[in-house]
Design a protein around this ligand. Structure first.
Ligand SMILES: O=c1ccn([C@@H]2O[C@H](COP(=O)(O)OP(=O)(O)O[C@H]3O[C@H](CO)[C@@H](O)[C@H](O)[C@H]3O)[C@@H](O)[C@H]2O)c(=O)[nH]1
Length: 342
């Protein structure tokens, strides 16, 4: 199969921001069937009413529960694994829950998919998994390791397992952009944790294309990232305010939250050494060496010392005007501005 047309795709966490935009994207691209796998029946019901498409099938279940996972992936060609505990503060307070969902749950998805012969599994990860300092990132790093270890241990498997790693997806549920908009509307000051903090910025639209790319082109154990630009939180706040007509917003600095980094890293220097430049993306192939390290000594990785991490500090840095341009591509912002003009 060289396209996803007519295929069956299971999306775990299918009612989340990422899962639902991926669903709409697949429906628009002539997909045969999309299975929404998630825990929340109310969210599924909302989605059923909103999208009303006979190609959508809904599965209630939990990635922690193998029976429900198997039922949802049996007969699927592709699995997009987006179900996760992804809020940094909640994982800091309940790391065991992050392990159950993000690590064990991902293991279940991969094992069940391999058992029933799924063609390709793409696991959604985050820049917070690189040099992780918080429990969410640590559990996602272990998810990545689970995917890579599967590929290394099962070189003849018909199931290709890969990872896509993202920075901040703009306007995702519970994130800072909708919060800034709410604060501006209520006439409150914009709360900035640390003005100089930087984050990679990408839209959901850009993010789903990377999943398509991984579905169709991944080799076992591949990791993909998008070459995204970044902005400081101060720039982001000023860009959002300016779009809403306020070029000199009130700003209150509140200090960083539990487990936050000043800058994020999309690829470590060790990964940059082997990364293949694919225009918009970097592809990092699996380190498929066995544990017999002396076999490789001659070729050893000496390039590491000459390479840098790929971070939100050293990637292309957006100005307020450039951030506004990026924000204006978001459907949510377009709707907001259209309403403001009407
Ligand atoms: O009142 C606030 C809240 C947040 N921030 C800052 O805004 C940036 C973005 O914050 P937020 O939108 O909450 O995202 P992150 O905490 O960076 O984490 C998001 O981005 C990750 C990818 O890096 C995803 O994995 C997470 O699920 C998602 O919550 C950060 O620098 C925050 O410190 C503020 O300045 N003021």
């Amino acid at each position: 199969m060289t396209s996803i047309q007519g295929a069956t795709v299971t999306i775990t966490g299918g009612t989340g921001s990422f899962g639902s935009i991926m669903t709409e994207h697949l429906l628009a691209r002539g997909i045969g069937e999309v299975r929404i796998f998630s825990r929340d029946e109310a969210k599924q019901d909302d989605m059923r009413r909103r999208l009303s498409d006979s190609r959508l099938q809904y599965f209630i279940g939990d990635v922690r529960d193998m029976d429900s996972v198997e039922a949802a992936v049996r007969g699927a060609d592709f699995v997009f694994h987006a179900a996760a505990l992804k809020q940094v503060p909640s994982c800091e307070f309940f790391p065991d829950q992050a392990v159950k969902t993000n690590v064990r749950g991902s293991h279940n998805i991969i094992e069940a998919s391999a058992k029933v012969g799924v063609r390709s599994v793409v696991c959604l990860s985050t820049d917070k998994a690189v040099y992780p300092v918080n429990a969410m990132g640590m559990s996602k790093a272990l998810m990545e390791k689970t995917a890579q270890a599967f590929a290394r241990r099962n070189p003849t498997s018909q199931t290709v397992v890969s990872v896509t790693r993202y920075g901040n997806v703009m306007y995702s549920r519970g994130s800072v952009i909708p919060l800034f908009i709410q604060q501006l509307r209520q006439g409150e000051p914009l709360t900035l944790t640390e003005p100089s903090m930087t984050r990679f910025l990408m839209s959901l639209e850009e993010s789903v294309h990377l999943v398509d790319h991984a579905f169709l082109h991944a080799e076992p154990g591949d990791l993909f990232v998008r070459k995204a630009p970044a902005a400081t939180v101060d720039t982001l706040a000023r860009a959002v305010a300016s779009l809403l007509g306020d070029d000199d917003p009130d700003i209150r600095v509140i200090g960083t939250r539990h487990g936050e980094k000043l800058h994020e890293t999309l690829l470590s220097r060790e990964e940059m050494v082997t990364a293949e430049d694919q225009a918009q993306y970097f592809r990092v192939p699996l380190d498929a060496r066995s544990l017999e390290y002396e076999l490789y000594f001659e070729e050893g990785e000496r390039r590491i010392a000459r390479t840098e991490d790929f971070t939100s500090e050293n990637t292309a840095r957006l100005t307020v005007e450039e951030t506004k341009e990026l924000l204006m591509q978001l459907p949510e912002i377009q709707t907001l501005l259209a309403k403001a003009i009407a």
